[in-house]
Write a protein that binds this ligand. Structure first.
Ligand SMILES: [Fe+2]
Ligand SMILES: [Fe+2]
Length: 322
């Protein structure tokens, strides 16, 4: 197991401005630059990507970057608080003042992240995000929001969604680390510095959140309900790894065609390419893998009920616990 931060250290770091995200500082984007590494976009994994022009790939990349921010915002708006509020009252948590402080800080930080990502997206494309509407691609339908509510409600007995939360928070941290380490993209030149800075700031808090997630799993995952948690987690993954016609990836393509109408004759081809990713091994491995979520995978390795997780999570390479 990798070394863990203690709760006292987590709380100490959270109070140090050098370790706090400042989501306002990054400023606004340069729209001549790509936002995300191309391997973090969906069409990159399909043959159609190489047939797009530079302008088309650049616009797709920027729209996908906005969608990625929305994806993180979904986690922040729909999942974190709904999970953390009930888990704060868990018998193994509620009497630990340091743990409660860490959870309260985490919730407050997620609110600031959400506001920072929403503001950034609006500044990039005010036409897509009119004042008061933070969603263009990843708007959750009512039933998905209701499902998040149920997941939160059940979390004291079935804490499976904390596995997902930890995986997503660790992936967000790794994305920032990768963008800082390699700002040069495959075909589109250097990443936009303000987009990188936004995620670099976000990473400062997420580094601590990942440690809190690991502690929550340790304290709140009920051994007696391990199999049910594993089944529910696998079920939840289904919606994540399988792009759908009504999903955010297809909405990015539709917006691309709306921005660049010369692509209209190819819209169906582009949408089919996104939908084909459900069977694309390289794409599936890019979503969940040990390089971007090493701490989460270590926890999976130590969980006997997740022995068959690799059947659904293609990138999960089960190893003996260290
Ligand atoms: Fe966050
Ligand atoms: Fe977080």
């Amino acid at each position: 197991m990798r070394p863990r931060l203690s709760l006292d250290r987590i709380n100490q770091l959270a109070g140090d401005p050098a370790h706090q995200a400042d989501m306002v500082a990054p400023g606004t984007a340069d729209l001549s630059r790509p936002f995300v590494p191309e391997e973090h976009t969906q069409l990159f994994y399909t043959p159609v990507y190489a047939t797009l022009s530079h302008v088309e790939r650049l616009r797709y990349n920027q729209l996908f970057g906005l969608r990625l921010n929305e994806y993180i915002m979904t986690l922040e708006a729909e999942l974190v608080e709904r999970l953390l509020a009930p888990l704060r009252g868990h018998p193994n948590v509620r009497d630990d003042t340091a743990m409660c402080t860490a959870l309260d800080t985490m919730v407050a930080e997620e609110h600031l992240h959400y506001a920072g990502f929403a503001k950034f997206n609006r500044a990039c494309r005010p036409d897509l995000y009119p004042e008061g509407d933070d969603w263009c691609f990843a708007r959750q339908p009512w039933w998905a929001r209701a499902m998040f509510g149920v997941v939160g409600h059940l979390s004291r007995r079935y804490a499976f969604a904390v596995w997902y939360m930890m995986a997503m928070e660790e992936a967000a941290k790794s994305l920032a680390r990768d963008m800082i380490g390699q700002p040069q993209t495959a075909t589109l030149g250097e990443l936009d510095p303000s987009f990188v800075a936004l995620h670099q700031q976000h990473m400062k808090d997420e580094v601590r959140h990942v440690h809190i997630d690991a502690l929550l799993i340790e304290r709140c995952m009920d051994e007696r309900r391990a199999k049910a948690n594993a089944r529910l987690f696998t079920l939840m993954l289904d919606g994540v790894v399988r792009p759908t016609r009504g999903g955010s990836g297809v909405r990015v393509v539709r917006q691309l065609v709306s921005d660049l109408p010369e692509l209209a004759p190819r819209e169906a081809e582009l949408i089919d390419a996104v939908l084909s990713l459900k069977d694309n091994q390289r794409f599936q491995k890019s979503l969940f893998n040990r390089q971007i979520m090493p701490r989460t995978f270590e926890i999976f390795d130590c969980t006997p009920a997740l022995a068959n997780l690799g059947r659904k999570m293609v990138g999960y390479d089960r190893r003996a616990p260290v």
